[in-house]
Design a protein around this ligand. Structure first.
Ligand SMILES: Cc1cc2nc3c(=O)[nH]c(=O)nc-3n(C[C@H](O)[C@H](O)[C@H](O)COP(=O)(O)OP(=O)(O)OC[C@H]3O[C@@H](n4cnc5c(N)ncnc54)[C@H](O)[C@@H]3O)c2cc1C
Length: 401
């Protein structure tokens, strides 16, 4: 029997841990290099994935069946009543999703990667190719050779530069603020919480929108979060950047909500002080080819889609499933990576393009939400999707009403 395939993974977050599971499942000898010295932090952020993907990942041993999720099947569109501060519901659409807590998702993938060598506090300084065609990963402490290197080093990936020199993320010109609030801080909001127990919410305003949904609280509670079975309210609010680029994200996003949201939802956002609010630039980038042996890119390193698609982590998980499949299909690594590149480059490019369209519709050129009802929302979205399919829009399921 020959020596096991050696796989080096750069980045130990969602894409890196998922790729490590893929490698382990094909019997490879896997080493993960993670720049961060601390355990990757659970900030309680929400990550939504499609229910069939969740089932597939549990069935194939990537995720623990016991990892908590908070599934719902409906999307509700809200806006502020014109001239007032009350909430108006525009539409409901079928939209089955499986919301996860980022920290629980990462820990579950990390546990499934099991005994792989996971080097914390070990930033990769360069990746090269040796004369024998194998890849060389260099850090300050070591230089090692691998048959395959997975670049899973995120949106600002340096590994991407090896496959696509000079390619940089293109800013969308707007921002997203996200955070999570313990339900214990929202006692006066029983009506909104009741809605969120059965649906995820999109709240439209001129020049942006907010997304709200419940996620599992996670069991490691240091800031008032409940244990198993508890929930956090996760939110993501898209809008124009503040005039002062150094503005503190918490106060700015609360002002935005105060200006545009119905009173009840602005009050919810005002509780965001209970957890940190993080601000992320929104950007697009996609490599022309996701692999060239012995290198391949996974997750945000391969391409960044705007978060409206709720698909960056989804893509990273699908990348890992694809990697496992192509490595099983045949023993020639270069051919396996070509098949990976064919499949995953096209999938990434599709998401980047869809993310741009969703961004245009929901942030850059927002409709007159207040004048819309169910039929207008349905027709508007059919136009935005332009015949393509996406898991957040279950077009074939009969309308919820
Ligand atoms: C507001 C918002 C909401 C989102 N919602 C969703 C959603 O609902 N569903 C969904 O699927 N996706 C969502 N996403 C996208 C998702 O969060 C990302 O696509 C995903 O987390 C990317 O994972 P990754 O492992 O590729 O990158 P990252 O999580 O960025 O990890 C990269 C890792 O590489 C390490 N690294 C970097 N350089 C080096 C180096 N030189 N050496 C060693 N290690 C290195 C870093 O320390 C880091 O741990 C959302 C994103 C945002 C901003």
């Amino acid at each position: 029997m020959g020596a096991a395939l050696r796989i080096g993974v750069i980045g130990g977050s969602i894409a890196g841990c998922a790729a490590a599971v893929a490698g382990r499942r094909v019997g490879a000898d896997v080493t993960v290099y993670e720049r961060s010295g601390a355990e990757l932090q659970d900030r309680g952020f929400g990550i939504v994935i499609p229910p069939p993907l969740h089932r597939e990942l549990v069935g194939s041993g990537y995720l623990d069946a016991g990892m908590e999720t908070a599934p719902v099947a409906t999307r509700v569109w809200l806006t502020r009543e014109p001239g007032g501060r009350s909430t108006r519901e525009l539409a409901r659409q079928p939209s089955p999703v499986t919301p996860c807590n980022w920290g629980l998702l990462w820990r579950s993938l990390r546990a499934s990667a099991g005994s792989v060598r996971y080097l914390r506090g070990e930033p990769v300084t360069s990746v090269g190719t040796a004369a024998d065609g194998r890849a060389v990963i260099t850090t300050e402490r070591s230089e090692e050779r691998y048959d395959v290197v997975v670049g899973a080093d995120g949106h600002a990936s340096r590994t991407r530069q090896s496959l696509a020199p000079g390619l940089r993320p293109e800013p969308a010109g707007y921002l997203v603020w996200r955070g999570a609030i313990p339900l214990s801080a929202l006692e006066g909001h029983s009506r909104e919480l009741e809605l969120l127990r059965g649906a995820w919410v999109t709240l439209g305003f001129p020049g942006g929108h907010g997304i709200f949904y419940l996620i599992p609280g996670g069991s490691r509670d240091t800031a008032g979060r409940t244990g198993k079975g508890g929930r956090l309210l996760a939110y993501a609010i898209y809008g124009r950047p503040p005039a002062d680029p150094d503005a503190d994200p918490g106060p700015y996003v609360r002002e935005l909500a105060e200006e545009h949201f119905p009173a009840a939802w602005a009050e919810i956002v005002a509780h965001g002080t209970h957890r940190t609010t993080a601000c992320h630039p929104v950007a697009d980038v996609q490599v022309p080819r996701a692999a060239r042996a012995p290198l391949l890119l996974a997750g945000d390193a391969a391409g960044v889609t705007r978060p409206h698609t709720a698909s960056g982590a989804v893509k990273a998980l699908q990348d890992a499933l694809c990697l496992e499949r192509v490595l099983r299909e045949g023993p020639v690594v270069a051919e396996a990576l070509e098949r990976y590149a064919d499949e995953r480059t096209a999938a990434g490019a599709h998401l980047v393009e869809l993310g741009r369209r969703l961004g245009r519709a929901q942030v850059e050129e927002t409709p007159d939400w207040a004048a819309m009802g169910q039929d207008e929302v349905d027709a508007w979205f059919r136009g935005v999707l332009a015949g393509t399919r996406h898991y957040l829009y279950a077009q074939d399921t009969p309308s919820v009403r």
